[in-house]
Design a protein around this ligand. Structure first.
Ligand code: SAM
Length: 327
Protein backbone atom coordinates (compact mmCIF):
# COMPACT_ATOMS: atom_id res chain seq x y z
CA UNK A 1 0.00 0.00 0.00
CA UNK A 2 1.16 3.53 -0.61
CA UNK A 3 3.26 2.14 -3.47
CA UNK A 4 2.65 4.21 -6.60
CA UNK A 5 5.43 3.44 -9.06
CA UNK A 6 6.14 5.14 -12.36
CA UNK A 7 5.62 3.05 -15.53
CA UNK A 8 8.28 0.58 -16.62
CA UNK A 9 10.78 1.76 -19.18
CA UNK A 10 13.80 -0.24 -20.29
CA UNK A 11 17.39 0.85 -20.85
CA UNK A 12 16.56 2.15 -24.34
CA UNK A 13 13.50 4.10 -23.25
CA UNK A 14 11.05 1.51 -24.56
CA UNK A 15 7.81 1.44 -22.55
CA UNK A 16 6.95 -2.07 -21.28
CA UNK A 17 3.18 -2.59 -21.34
CA UNK A 18 2.96 -6.24 -22.37
CA UNK A 19 3.91 -9.25 -20.27
CA UNK A 20 4.19 -12.83 -21.45
CA UNK A 21 3.81 -15.25 -18.62
CA UNK A 22 4.65 -18.93 -18.89
CA UNK A 23 2.32 -21.07 -16.79
CA UNK A 24 4.28 -24.30 -17.10
CA UNK A 25 7.35 -25.67 -18.82
CA UNK A 26 5.59 -28.99 -19.49
CA UNK A 27 4.11 -29.82 -22.87
CA UNK A 28 2.38 -32.83 -24.36
CA UNK A 29 3.89 -32.00 -27.76
CA UNK A 30 7.56 -32.45 -28.62
CA UNK A 31 8.09 -29.99 -31.42
CA UNK A 32 11.42 -30.45 -33.06
CA UNK A 33 12.26 -26.75 -33.00
CA UNK A 34 11.29 -26.26 -29.35
CA UNK A 35 13.14 -27.53 -26.27
CA UNK A 36 11.05 -29.10 -23.54
CA UNK A 37 12.07 -28.85 -19.90
CA UNK A 38 9.31 -31.02 -18.39
CA UNK A 39 10.16 -30.71 -14.73
CA UNK A 40 8.35 -33.28 -12.66
CA UNK A 41 8.18 -31.20 -9.48
CA UNK A 42 5.37 -28.63 -9.70
CA UNK A 43 6.81 -26.65 -6.74
CA UNK A 44 9.11 -24.77 -9.05
CA UNK A 45 6.12 -23.26 -10.86
CA UNK A 46 4.47 -20.01 -9.87
CA UNK A 47 1.26 -20.72 -7.98
CA UNK A 48 -2.09 -19.16 -8.87
CA UNK A 49 -1.73 -16.78 -5.91
CA UNK A 50 1.79 -15.76 -6.96
CA UNK A 51 0.60 -15.14 -10.51
CA UNK A 52 -2.23 -12.93 -9.25
CA UNK A 53 0.18 -10.99 -7.05
CA UNK A 54 2.67 -10.48 -9.90
CA UNK A 55 -0.13 -9.39 -12.24
CA UNK A 56 -1.13 -6.77 -9.72
CA UNK A 57 2.44 -5.53 -9.28
CA UNK A 58 3.02 -5.37 -13.04
CA UNK A 59 -0.32 -3.67 -13.66
CA UNK A 60 0.74 -0.92 -11.28
CA UNK A 61 4.00 -0.69 -13.22
CA UNK A 62 2.03 0.05 -16.39
CA UNK A 63 1.53 -3.42 -17.90
CA UNK A 64 -1.85 -3.52 -19.66
CA UNK A 65 -1.81 -6.81 -21.48
CA UNK A 66 -0.79 -10.31 -20.33
CA UNK A 67 -0.37 -13.33 -22.57
CA UNK A 68 -0.32 -16.76 -20.95
CA UNK A 69 1.94 -19.27 -22.62
CA UNK A 70 4.22 -22.18 -21.79
CA UNK A 71 5.09 -25.09 -22.23
CA UNK A 72 1.46 -25.88 -22.86
CA UNK A 73 -0.65 -23.61 -20.65
CA UNK A 74 -3.79 -25.73 -20.99
CA UNK A 75 -2.01 -28.45 -18.98
CA UNK A 76 -2.48 -26.24 -15.91
CA UNK A 77 -5.67 -27.30 -14.16
CA UNK A 78 -6.22 -23.81 -12.76
CA UNK A 79 -5.93 -22.10 -16.17
CA UNK A 80 -9.51 -20.78 -16.28
CA UNK A 81 -9.19 -19.46 -12.71
CA UNK A 82 -5.89 -17.78 -13.58
CA UNK A 83 -7.57 -16.05 -16.54
CA UNK A 84 -10.41 -14.91 -14.30
CA UNK A 85 -7.92 -13.56 -11.70
CA UNK A 86 -6.01 -11.64 -14.34
CA UNK A 87 -9.17 -10.17 -15.84
CA UNK A 88 -10.16 -8.97 -12.37
CA UNK A 89 -6.80 -7.22 -11.85
CA UNK A 90 -7.22 -3.44 -12.02
CA UNK A 91 -5.21 -2.05 -14.91
CA UNK A 92 -5.05 -5.26 -16.96
CA UNK A 93 -7.03 -4.54 -20.11
CA UNK A 94 -6.49 -7.74 -22.08
CA UNK A 95 -5.71 -11.34 -21.26
CA UNK A 96 -4.44 -13.54 -24.08
CA UNK A 97 -3.39 -17.17 -24.44
CA UNK A 98 -1.12 -19.15 -26.76
CA UNK A 99 -1.79 -22.88 -27.02
CA UNK A 100 -1.22 -25.93 -29.17
CA UNK A 101 -5.02 -26.24 -29.23
CA UNK A 102 -5.38 -29.84 -28.10
CA UNK A 103 -7.72 -28.98 -25.18
CA UNK A 104 -9.68 -26.17 -26.77
CA UNK A 105 -12.72 -28.31 -27.55
CA UNK A 106 -13.51 -28.36 -23.83
CA UNK A 107 -11.81 -25.13 -22.75
CA UNK A 108 -12.85 -22.56 -25.38
CA UNK A 109 -16.14 -21.63 -23.81
CA UNK A 110 -14.97 -21.50 -20.19
CA UNK A 111 -11.97 -19.43 -21.25
CA UNK A 112 -14.12 -17.01 -23.20
CA UNK A 113 -16.55 -16.76 -20.28
CA UNK A 114 -13.63 -16.07 -17.94
CA UNK A 115 -12.78 -13.06 -20.09
CA UNK A 116 -10.04 -14.29 -22.39
CA UNK A 117 -10.05 -11.98 -25.41
CA UNK A 118 -7.20 -13.10 -27.61
CA UNK A 119 -6.36 -16.67 -28.50
CA UNK A 120 -3.39 -17.83 -30.57
CA UNK A 121 -3.34 -21.43 -31.71
CA UNK A 122 -0.13 -22.91 -33.09
CA UNK A 123 -0.64 -25.05 -36.17
CA UNK A 124 2.17 -25.98 -38.55
CA UNK A 125 0.44 -28.58 -40.68
CA UNK A 126 -2.95 -29.94 -41.68
CA UNK A 127 -1.52 -33.39 -42.25
CA UNK A 128 -1.99 -35.85 -39.41
CA UNK A 129 1.17 -37.89 -40.01
CA UNK A 130 3.28 -34.82 -40.54
CA UNK A 131 2.12 -33.39 -37.22
CA UNK A 132 3.10 -36.63 -35.49
CA UNK A 133 6.54 -36.42 -37.07
CA UNK A 134 6.98 -32.74 -36.28
CA UNK A 135 5.49 -32.62 -32.79
CA UNK A 136 5.70 -36.14 -31.42
CA UNK A 137 3.37 -38.96 -30.56
CA UNK A 138 1.13 -36.87 -28.30
CA UNK A 139 0.15 -34.50 -31.10
CA UNK A 140 -3.25 -35.47 -32.49
CA UNK A 141 -4.40 -33.29 -35.35
CA UNK A 142 -8.08 -34.20 -34.90
CA UNK A 143 -8.05 -32.76 -31.34
CA UNK A 144 -6.37 -29.56 -32.50
CA UNK A 145 -8.79 -29.03 -35.39
CA UNK A 146 -11.78 -29.74 -33.18
CA UNK A 147 -10.33 -27.26 -30.70
CA UNK A 148 -9.95 -24.57 -33.34
CA UNK A 149 -13.56 -25.05 -34.43
CA UNK A 150 -14.66 -24.68 -30.81
CA UNK A 151 -12.54 -21.54 -30.45
CA UNK A 152 -14.04 -20.13 -33.62
CA UNK A 153 -17.55 -20.81 -32.28
CA UNK A 154 -16.77 -19.29 -28.87
CA UNK A 155 -16.37 -15.85 -30.46
CA UNK A 156 -12.98 -14.63 -29.25
CA UNK A 157 -12.42 -11.05 -30.44
CA UNK A 158 -8.97 -12.07 -31.69
CA UNK A 159 -8.29 -15.59 -32.95
CA UNK A 160 -4.96 -16.24 -34.66
CA UNK A 161 -3.42 -19.33 -36.17
CA UNK A 162 0.37 -19.18 -35.84
CA UNK A 163 2.54 -21.26 -38.13
CA UNK A 164 6.28 -21.75 -38.04
CA UNK A 165 7.47 -22.42 -41.59
CA UNK A 166 10.14 -25.11 -41.47
CA UNK A 167 12.32 -25.74 -44.49
CA UNK A 168 11.70 -29.15 -46.09
CA UNK A 169 8.75 -29.83 -43.77
CA UNK A 170 5.64 -27.73 -44.38
CA UNK A 171 6.41 -25.25 -47.17
CA UNK A 172 4.01 -27.07 -49.49
CA UNK A 173 0.96 -26.29 -47.34
CA UNK A 174 1.46 -22.67 -46.30
CA UNK A 175 -1.25 -21.37 -48.65
CA UNK A 176 -3.64 -24.05 -47.48
CA UNK A 177 -3.05 -23.02 -43.86
CA UNK A 178 -3.95 -19.42 -44.76
CA UNK A 179 -7.29 -20.48 -46.24
CA UNK A 180 -7.92 -22.83 -43.35
CA UNK A 181 -7.56 -19.89 -40.92
CA UNK A 182 -9.64 -17.47 -43.01
CA UNK A 183 -12.44 -20.02 -43.34
CA UNK A 184 -12.71 -20.06 -39.53
CA UNK A 185 -12.65 -16.33 -39.05
CA UNK A 186 -9.05 -16.49 -37.77
CA UNK A 187 -5.96 -14.49 -38.76
CA UNK A 188 -3.13 -16.59 -40.18
CA UNK A 189 0.41 -15.60 -39.17
CA UNK A 190 3.83 -16.94 -40.00
CA UNK A 191 6.59 -16.89 -37.40
CA UNK A 192 10.21 -17.21 -38.42
CA UNK A 193 12.01 -20.14 -36.84
CA UNK A 194 14.40 -19.02 -34.09
CA UNK A 195 17.46 -21.01 -32.99
CA UNK A 196 16.01 -22.85 -29.98
CA UNK A 197 16.03 -26.37 -31.33
CA UNK A 198 16.21 -28.12 -34.68
CA UNK A 199 14.80 -27.10 -38.02
CA UNK A 200 15.67 -24.97 -41.04
CA UNK A 201 14.31 -21.42 -40.92
CA UNK A 202 12.38 -20.07 -43.90
CA UNK A 203 12.91 -16.29 -44.07
CA UNK A 204 9.75 -14.19 -44.07
CA UNK A 205 10.51 -12.88 -47.58
CA UNK A 206 10.59 -16.48 -48.84
CA UNK A 207 7.32 -17.33 -47.05
CA UNK A 208 5.66 -14.46 -48.93
CA UNK A 209 7.06 -15.77 -52.22
CA UNK A 210 5.80 -19.26 -51.46
CA UNK A 211 2.32 -17.95 -50.66
CA UNK A 212 2.23 -16.12 -53.99
CA UNK A 213 3.48 -19.23 -55.80
CA UNK A 214 0.64 -21.14 -54.13
CA UNK A 215 -1.93 -18.74 -55.57
CA UNK A 216 -2.44 -16.09 -52.90
CA UNK A 217 -2.80 -12.58 -54.27
CA UNK A 218 -1.14 -10.51 -51.57
CA UNK A 219 -1.01 -6.74 -51.99
CA UNK A 220 2.49 -5.25 -51.73
CA UNK A 221 1.89 -2.70 -48.98
CA UNK A 222 2.10 -3.62 -45.34
CA UNK A 223 -0.07 -2.82 -42.40
CA UNK A 224 1.46 -2.76 -38.93
CA UNK A 225 -0.21 -3.65 -35.68
CA UNK A 226 1.19 -2.49 -32.38
CA UNK A 227 3.13 -5.75 -31.95
CA UNK A 228 5.96 -7.28 -33.95
CA UNK A 229 3.76 -8.60 -36.78
CA UNK A 230 3.13 -6.86 -40.07
CA UNK A 231 0.28 -7.79 -42.37
CA UNK A 232 -0.35 -8.11 -46.09
CA UNK A 233 -3.85 -7.80 -47.43
CA UNK A 234 -5.36 -10.23 -49.92
CA UNK A 235 -5.90 -8.17 -53.06
CA UNK A 236 -9.54 -7.38 -53.69
CA UNK A 237 -10.77 -8.96 -50.48
CA UNK A 238 -13.83 -7.27 -49.02
CA UNK A 239 -14.10 -7.40 -46.06
CA UNK A 240 -10.30 -7.33 -46.07
CA UNK A 241 -8.39 -10.48 -45.22
CA UNK A 242 -4.82 -10.34 -44.00
CA UNK A 243 -1.82 -12.59 -43.51
CA UNK A 244 0.58 -11.73 -40.70
CA UNK A 245 4.34 -12.17 -40.59
CA UNK A 246 6.73 -12.10 -37.65
CA UNK A 247 10.30 -12.05 -38.90
CA UNK A 248 12.20 -12.09 -35.62
CA UNK A 249 15.48 -12.81 -37.38
CA UNK A 250 15.36 -11.29 -40.86
CA UNK A 251 13.13 -8.32 -40.00
CA UNK A 252 14.31 -7.29 -36.58
CA UNK A 253 11.70 -5.36 -34.60
CA UNK A 254 13.57 -4.91 -31.32
CA UNK A 255 13.33 -1.11 -31.59
CA UNK A 256 9.57 -1.47 -31.06
CA UNK A 257 9.82 -4.03 -28.26
CA UNK A 258 7.18 -3.35 -25.60
CA UNK A 259 7.36 -6.63 -23.74
CA UNK A 260 8.98 -8.66 -21.02
CA UNK A 261 8.59 -12.26 -19.96
CA UNK A 262 8.20 -14.34 -16.85
CA UNK A 263 9.32 -17.95 -17.23
CA UNK A 264 7.42 -20.84 -15.66
CA UNK A 265 9.79 -20.90 -12.68
CA UNK A 266 9.40 -17.18 -12.05
CA UNK A 267 12.57 -16.13 -13.88
CA UNK A 268 12.16 -12.58 -15.18
CA UNK A 269 13.33 -12.26 -18.74
CA UNK A 270 13.69 -8.77 -20.20
CA UNK A 271 14.39 -10.23 -23.69
CA UNK A 272 13.54 -13.60 -25.25
CA UNK A 273 17.12 -13.82 -26.48
CA UNK A 274 18.63 -12.73 -23.16
CA UNK A 275 19.36 -14.41 -19.87
CA UNK A 276 17.20 -14.66 -16.79
CA UNK A 277 19.17 -13.88 -13.67
CA UNK A 278 16.30 -12.47 -11.68
CA UNK A 279 13.83 -14.84 -10.09
CA UNK A 280 10.53 -13.31 -9.02
CA UNK A 281 9.16 -16.53 -7.50
CA UNK A 282 12.10 -16.74 -5.10
CA UNK A 283 11.68 -13.10 -4.25
CA UNK A 284 7.97 -13.55 -3.47
CA UNK A 285 8.65 -16.66 -1.42
CA UNK A 286 11.28 -14.74 0.56
CA UNK A 287 8.56 -12.27 1.55
CA UNK A 288 9.50 -9.34 -0.71
CA UNK A 289 7.28 -6.26 -0.82
CA UNK A 290 5.70 -5.02 -4.05
CA UNK A 291 8.25 -2.21 -4.11
CA UNK A 292 11.11 -4.72 -3.90
CA UNK A 293 9.65 -6.76 -6.77
CA UNK A 294 9.28 -3.56 -8.79
CA UNK A 295 12.86 -2.55 -8.04
CA UNK A 296 14.20 -5.89 -9.22
CA UNK A 297 12.18 -5.70 -12.44
CA UNK A 298 13.52 -2.19 -13.10
CA UNK A 299 17.04 -3.38 -12.51
CA UNK A 300 16.60 -6.23 -15.02
CA UNK A 301 15.11 -3.83 -17.57
CA UNK A 302 17.96 -1.38 -17.08
CA UNK A 303 20.24 -4.09 -18.48
CA UNK A 304 18.01 -4.96 -21.45
CA UNK A 305 20.04 -4.90 -24.66
CA UNK A 306 19.01 -2.72 -27.61
CA UNK A 307 18.35 -5.88 -29.62
CA UNK A 308 18.52 -9.66 -29.40
CA UNK A 309 21.48 -11.40 -31.01
CA UNK A 310 19.77 -14.56 -32.23
CA UNK A 311 20.73 -13.75 -35.81
CA UNK A 312 24.43 -13.27 -35.13
CA UNK A 313 27.28 -15.64 -35.87
CA UNK A 314 27.31 -18.96 -37.66
CA UNK A 315 27.23 -21.07 -34.52
CA UNK A 316 23.91 -21.90 -32.95
CA UNK A 317 23.39 -19.78 -29.89
CA UNK A 318 22.79 -21.57 -26.65
CA UNK A 319 19.54 -20.10 -25.46
CA UNK A 320 17.26 -20.94 -22.61
CA UNK A 321 14.68 -23.53 -23.61
CA UNK A 322 11.67 -21.95 -25.28
CA UNK A 323 9.43 -24.16 -23.20
CA UNK A 324 10.31 -22.56 -19.91
CA UNK A 325 10.47 -19.01 -21.17
CA UNK A 326 7.23 -19.15 -23.08
CA UNK A 327 7.72 -18.16 -26.69
N1 SAM B 1 2.47 -24.76 -26.27
C1 SAM B 1 1.93 -23.53 -26.73
C2 SAM B 1 1.85 -23.51 -28.25
O1 SAM B 1 2.13 -24.55 -28.87
O2 SAM B 1 1.46 -22.50 -28.80
C3 SAM B 1 2.61 -22.28 -26.22
C4 SAM B 1 4.10 -22.28 -26.11
S1 SAM B 1 4.96 -22.36 -27.65
C5 SAM B 1 6.62 -22.22 -27.07
C6 SAM B 1 4.59 -20.78 -28.34
C7 SAM B 1 4.94 -20.61 -29.78
O3 SAM B 1 6.33 -20.65 -29.93
C8 SAM B 1 4.37 -21.66 -30.71
O4 SAM B 1 3.64 -21.03 -31.73
C9 SAM B 1 5.58 -22.35 -31.27
O5 SAM B 1 5.38 -22.76 -32.59
C10 SAM B 1 6.59 -21.25 -31.17
N2 SAM B 1 7.97 -21.72 -31.18
C11 SAM B 1 8.54 -22.68 -30.45
N3 SAM B 1 9.84 -22.84 -30.76
C12 SAM B 1 10.09 -21.94 -31.74
C13 SAM B 1 11.24 -21.61 -32.50
N4 SAM B 1 12.37 -22.25 -32.35
N5 SAM B 1 11.13 -20.62 -33.40
C14 SAM B 1 9.97 -19.96 -33.59
N6 SAM B 1 8.84 -20.23 -32.91
C15 SAM B 1 8.90 -21.22 -32.01
Amino acid sequence: MGYTPTPLVDAQGRRIAYLRLSLTDRCNFRCDYCSPANHENPDHLLTRGEIARLADVFARLGVRRIRLTGGEPTLRRDLVDVVRDLRATPGIEEVALTTNGHRLAELSRPLREAGLASLNVSLDTLDRDRLLRLSGRGAFLADVLEGIDAASAAGFPHLKINTVAVGGVNEDELGRLVHYAWDRGASPRFIELMPFGNGVPVPTARVKEILREQGLRLAPDEKRGWGPAHYLREEGSDPPRFVGFIGALTENFCDRCNRARIAADGGFQACLGGDSRYNLRDLLRAGASDAEVGALVREALSLKAPRHRMDEGGARLVLLPMMGIGG
